[in-house]
Design a protein around this ligand. Structure first.
Ligand SMILES: NC(=O)c1ccc[n+]([C@@H]2O[C@H](COP(=O)([O-])OP(=O)(O)OC[C@H]3O[C@@H](n4cnc5c(N)ncnc54)[C@H](O)[C@@H]3O)[C@@H](O)[C@H]2O)c1
Length: 438
C-alpha cells in the first residue's frame, strides 16, 4: 500500500519506517526542511535504538522517502497518517491541536481518490470529528474517512513496540476505512497481534486511559516508596510482592524520581481537562498529577538532605539527564525540575548522559558537560544518578571512591544493591530503601 506519514518525530519516523519495513511504500512529510534534508542524507535527528539502520535499509530499498511537499505525498496515498505533536496548551492544560488542524487543512487540498486519514497523534475525544469537518470544508469533493489509531510505542524500544505490540487499537466508522486499516496492519495481524476495533471516540479515549493508568501505577509505587523509607521497608521487595499478583502485574512499579517524558505529563493533564469539560472530573488522575509534581519538588530536598543539609559550594556529579534511558528526549525530564533546584541551593553541576547532552544543553544552563561517566565524579562531593542507563549499572566502585571527594552516592533510580554499595565503603541513598553506609 502507499502511505503518507505527516510528521517525522519520535512517532512518525518510527511508524513510517516500520510500515516501510513491513513492505508498504511510505513517504514521510515534515515542515521542518532541515530535518527532511538530514533524513534524506541518512542522518537520523533523534536517538532511537535500531532506527538509523532501519531507515537506511528502507530508503535503499526505495520503500521510504522524505519530503516537505504534501503534493508529493498525499494524492496517491491510500492512508495518510497525522503524527505531529500535541503539546500542552499553556492557557488551560488541554492538548494544543494547532498542528493537527493545520495538517488536516493541508491534506485536504491534496486529496485524490478515496483516502483514509488516520489520527496517530494523541488527541482528545472529538478531534477526529474536527479533522473530518476541516477536510470537508476545505475540499467538498474529497472522498475520505477519518480513523483513530493511537500509538502506544515507548521511546527507547519503539521499533520492537511497533513490530510486536501488545495490541493495535483502531477506531473506525464503517467497513470501508476498516478494510484499509486491516490491509495496512495485515503483516502484524498475520503474527497474531490482537487488533481492537472500536468507535472513533473510544480509540481516542483509550490512549489517554492507558497513559493515565500507567502514570497512576508509577505514582502509587512512589507513594509506597516514601512509606518504606519511614518504616524501614524495601520498596523493590514490595513491588515484587505485589507485581507477581497477575491482577497487578510487575511493570511500572519501579519507584523513582517521579514520571516525566513527552507523554505522561501532558496526557494526564489533557485527560483531566477533558473530564472537567464534560462534567466528570477525574479525581484520581488529578491527584496523580499533584503527587507527581510534589514528588519532583521533594527529590531536590532529598538530595540536599543527603548532602548534610547544604549544597553551598559543593559539586555534584550527575549521571543521566534524559527522562529515561535509551532516548535523547528531554521533554519534561525530572532532571529539568531537580537540577535547577540544586543549583539554586548552591551546587555546581558536572553531568554526563550517553545520548541526551546535545538536547539537554537547550534546557539546562551552567552545567559542566563531561564526555564520560567517571569524569563527572572527579573531585565531586557526591554522585547523583538521575537516569538508569545500562552503562551506569556496572561502574567500578573502587574507582568511583578514588575520584569522589566524599563517598556519597544518591541514586534516584535504585540501580545498585544497597548492601554492596555500603560494603564498597559508600553512604548510599536510594528510593524507598534504607540508607546504607560502609
Ligand atoms: N513520543 C512518544 O513516545 C509518543 C508515544 C505515543 C504517542 N505519541 C504522540 O504522538 C504525537 C507525536 O509525538 P512525537 O513525540 O513524535 O512528536 P515530535 O515533536 O517528536 O514530532 C512531531 C513532528 O511533526 C512535525 N510537524 C509539526 N507540524 C507539522 C506540519 N504542519 N506539517 C508537517 N510536519 C509537522 C515536526 O516538525 C516534528 O518533526 C503526539 O501526539 C504524542 O503525544 C508520542
Amino acid at each position: 500500500m502507499r502511505v503518507a506519514m505527516i510528521g517525522t518525530g519520535y512517532v512518525g519516523l518510527v511508524t513510517g519506517t516500520c510500515f516501510a519495513d513491513l513492505g508498504h511504500d511510505v513517504i514521510c512529510v515534515d515542515n521542518d526542511a532541515a530535518k527532511v534534508e538530514h533524513l534524506r542524507n541518512g542522518e537520523i535527528p533523534i536517538f532511537e535504538p535500531g532506527l538509523e539502520a532501519m531507515v537506511r535499509q528502507n530508503v535503499r530499498a526505495k520503500r521510504l522517502s522524505f519530503t516537505t511537499s504534501y503534493a508529493d505525498a498525499v494524492p496517491d496515498s491510500e492512508a495518510v497518517f497525522i503524527a505531529v505533536g500535541t503539546p500542552t496548551k499553556e492557557t488551560d492544560g488541554s492538548a494544543d491541536l494547532t498542528a493537527v488542524y493545520a495538517v488536516a487543512k493541508e491534506i485536504a487540498r491534496h486529496l485524490k481518490g478515496y483516502t483514509v486519514i488516520v489520527d496517530k497523534s494523541t488527541v482528545p475525544v472529538g478531534t477526529a470529528g474536527e479533522v473530518q469537518a476541516i477536510i470537508a470544508k476545505e475540499n467538498a469533493q474529497a472522498e475520505f474517512d477519518v480513523a483513530s489509531n493511537p500509538e502506544f510505542l515507548r521511546e527507547g524500544s519503539a521499533i520492537d513496540d511497533f513490530m510486536k505490540p501488545d495490541r493495535v487499537v483502531i477506531g473506525v466508522d464503517g467497513e470501508r476505512p476498516r478494510k484499509v486499516m486491516q490491509a495496512l496492519y495485515r503483516p502484524l495481524i498475520l503474527h497474531e497481534t490482537p487488533m481492537i476495533y472500536t468507535s472513533v471516540p473510544t480509540a481516542e479515549l483509550t490512549k489517554y486511559a492507558a497513559n493515565a493508568f500507567l502514570a497512576t501505577k508509577v505514582t502509587f509505587i512512589n507513594d509506597i516508596a516514601d512509606i518504606c523509607e519511614r518504616v524501614g521497608a524495601d520498596v523493590q521487595d514490595v513491588s515484587r510482592g505485589i507485581g507477581l499478583d497477575s491482577r497487578i502485574g510487575p511493570k511500572f512499579l519501579q519507584a523513582g524520581a517521579g514520571f516525566g517524558g513527552s507523554c505522561f505529563p501532558k496526557d494526564t493533564l489533557a485527560l483531566t481537562e477533558t473530564a472537567r469539560r464534560v462534567g466528570t472530573p477525574t479525581l484520581i488522575v488529578e491527584a496523580v498529577m499533584e503527587a507527581n509534581n510534589e514528588r519532583k519538588r521533594r527529590m531536590a530536598q532529598k538530595i540536599i538532605a543527603a548532602c548534610d543539609g547544604s549544597l553551598e559550594g559543593k559539586t555534584l556529579g550527575v549521571l543521566g539527564v534524559t527522562f529515561k534511558p535509551n532516548t535523547d528526549d528531554m521533554r519534561d525530564a525530572p532532571s529539568l525540575d531537580i537540577v535547577p533546584k540544586l543549583q539554586q541551593a548552591g551546587a555546581r553541576i558536572r553531568a554526563y548522559d550517553p545520548e541526551g547532552m546535545k538536547e539537554a544543553r537547550k534546557y539546562l544552563t551552567d552545567i559542566e558537560w563531561i564526555e564520560n561517566a567517571y569524569g563527572v565524579m572527579d573531585q565531586a562531593d557526591a554522585l547523583l544518578i538521575l537516569t538508569e542507563w545500562n552503562e551506569f549499572r556496572a561502574l567500578d566502585f573502587k574507582r568511583i571512591k578514588s575520584l569522589l571527594k566524599s563517598p556519597l552516592i544518591i541514586d534516584l533510580r535504585n540501580i545498585y544493591v544497597p548492601a554492596e554499595v555500603a560494603q564498597a565503603g559508600f553512604s548510599y541513598h536510594s528510593v524507598g530503601r534504607e540508607v546504607t553506609s560502609g
